[in-house]
Design a protein around this ligand. Structure first.
Ligand code: SPV
Ligand code: MG
Length: 289
C-alpha cells in the first residue's frame, strides 16, 4: 500500500521531499511536519547506537529501525540499505525482508561491503559496474509487489572516479532495471550535480541528498528536473544540539527551571506515543455490551 503511495508520488508533478529518521518517534515528527516520506538513514540509525556508519550494525538492526518507522506512520519509508549488506545473496535476502516489513523502497549504493559514510574521508571503495548491476538485477527479480522500488545510488563522484564514470554507471543501472538514480556529491555547491544532470538524460527519476550544498532549494531542484530530495540527517543533528544544550544548562543551574519552557512537555510526549488512543481503545473494549 505504501509502495503504491510512493509510486504515485513519483508519477506526480511535484518534487518529493523526504527527511531522515532513526526510530518511530523521529519518523512521526517527519510525518507531523508534512513531508512526503521517511528516509530510514543508515547514518542516523548507526549514530543513535553511537557506532560509525560503516556496517557495524547488522541488516536486522537497520531493518528493525526502519520497520518501527513504518509501523507508526502513514507515509512511505525508503530504507537506506548501504551497499546491500554483502553480495547478491544478501541483497535478495534484504529485499524479501524489507518488503515483508512494509518498506516502500530500498536504496543501495555502489560501494563495497563494509561501506563507509560518504563524508567520512578515507578510501571510498567502489564496486565494479558489473557487480553492482548484478545486485540491482537480483533486487528487482526478488521483489514481489511490482510497486516496490529499488533505488541505485551512485558514489562515483564521492569516490573521485569522475563524471564520465558517474554517467556510465547511471546508464548501466538504468539498464539493470533500477527504478530511480540517487546521485551523491560532497561538493559544497551544486555545480557537480548540475553538471551530472546536464549529461544524464534523465530517463530515470533523479534523487539528491543536498547535505553539503544546502543553498539550492527544492523548488530550484524541481526546475532542473530532480524528482526527490532527501534531507538526510537534520533531525538527528538537531537533537544532538538540543540535548547537549539542555544537559549543559541543567548541570550549570542545578535544576531544570530555566529549560522547562524550552523542551517538549510530558503531554506532548504522551501525544506522540498515542496515549489517548490507547486509553480510548481500552474503554471501548472493556465496556459491557
Ligand atoms: C544516510 O543518511 O545514511 C545517507 C546519506 O546515506 S549520507 O550520510 O549523505 O551518505
Ligand atoms: Mg547511508
Amino acid at each position: 500500500m505504501k509502495a503504491q503511495k510512493l509510486r504515485s508520488l513519483f508519477a506526480g508533478d511535484q518534487i518529493i521531499q523526504i527527511v531522515g529518521a532513526h526510530d518511530g518517534l523521529s519518523a512521526k515528527l517527519v510525518e507531523e511536519a508534512g513531508f512526503d516520506g521517511i528516509w530510514a538513514s543508515g547514518l542516523e540509525i548507526s549514530a543513535v547506537n553511537a557506532v560509525p556508519d560503516a556496517n557495524i550494525l547488522t541488516m536486522t538492526q537497520y531493518l528493525q529501525a526502519a520497520a518501527s518507522m513504518d509501523a507508526v506512520t502513514n507515509i512511505p519509508v525508503i530504507a537506506d540499505c548501504d551497499s546491500g549488506y554483502g553480495n547478491v545473496n544478501n541483497v535478495m535476502h534484504l529485499v524479501r525482508e524489507y518488503e515483508r516489513n512494509g518498506i516502500a523502497a530500498v536504496c543501495m549504493e555502489d560501494k563495497l561491503f563494509p561501506k563507509l559514510n560518504s563524508f567520512a574521508g578515507g578510501e571510498q571503495k567502489l564496486a565494479t559496474i558489473e557487480e553492482f548491476s548484478g545486485k540491482i538485477r537480483a533486487a528487482k527479480d526478488t521483489q514481489r509487489n511490482p510497486d516496490f522500488m529499488v533505488i541505485a545510488r551512485i558514489e562515483a563522484l564521492i569516490a573521485g572516479a569522475g563524471m564520465d564514470e558517474a554517467v556510465a554507471r547511471a546508464e548501466a543501472y538504468e539498464e539493470s532495471g533500477a527504478d530511480a538514480i540517487l546521485i551523491h556529491s560532497k561538493k559544497n555547491d551544486p555545480s557537480e550535480i548540475l553538471h551530472f544532470l546536464s549529461l544524464y538524460s534523465n530517463r530515470l527519476p533523479i534523487i539528491l541528498v543536498p547535505t553539503t550544498y544546502p543553498q539550492i532549494s527544492a523548488s530550484e531542484l524541481q526546475e532542473y528536473g530532480v524528482k526527490m530530495v532527501i534531507y538526510a540527517n537534520h533531525g538527528l543533528r538537531t537533537s544532538i544540539h538540543a540535548i547537549r544544550q539542555t544537559f549543559q544548562q541543567i548541570k550549570l543551574a542545578g535544576n531544570t527551571l530555566q529549560i522547562e519552557d524550552k523542551i517538549a512537555s510530558v503531554q506532548d510526549v504522551f501525544k506522540l506515543q498515542g496515549l489517548q488512543e490507547m486509553l480510548d481503545a481500552e474503554d471501548y473494549y472493556t465496556e459491557q455490551r
